[in-house]
Design a protein around this ligand. Structure first.
Ligand code: ZN
Ligand code: ZN
Length: 110
């Protein structure tokens, strides 16, 4: 069940793609691994892990892009088809959390 007092929406730069976190993330962490550094082009990525069924796409149709992952099983990143900003990414290929997604906290706008 969603937490009633929690509202977090995010979106891409051009405004085509918007999404909402329907509940508080399981946890938020700053990851400094070289995979996150390459993906974000920065020293770290601030990620929120959340159940995929608690992520709602409000507008736009995200494009799925498959990228390599440390496990070798691959990872899906959702990107805006227009401006290519990355949206929540699915850990679809992991055995540990097949139904979890990860949202870049920097894309949230309140
Ligand atoms: Zn966009
Ligand atoms: Zn990482």
């Amino acid at each position: 069940m969603a937490t009633p007092d929690f509202v977090a929406q995010g979106g891409c730069t051009c405004g085509v793609l918007r999404y909402r976190l329907d509940d508080r993330p399981i946890f938020v962490h700053g990851c400094h691994c070289t995979w996150c550094q390459r993906q974000s082009g920065s020293a770290l990525a601030v990620n929120a892990l959340i159940e995929t069924d608690r992520l709602t796409v409000l507008s736009g149709e995200p494009e799925e892009v498959s990228i390599p992952s440390p496990s070798g099983k691959g990872q899906i990143i959702l990107r805006c088809p227009a401006c290519r900003i990355a949206m929540p990414e699915y850990y679809r290929a992991t055995e540990v959390m097949p139904s979890a997604s990860q949202a870049r906290m920097a894309a949230l706008q309140g």
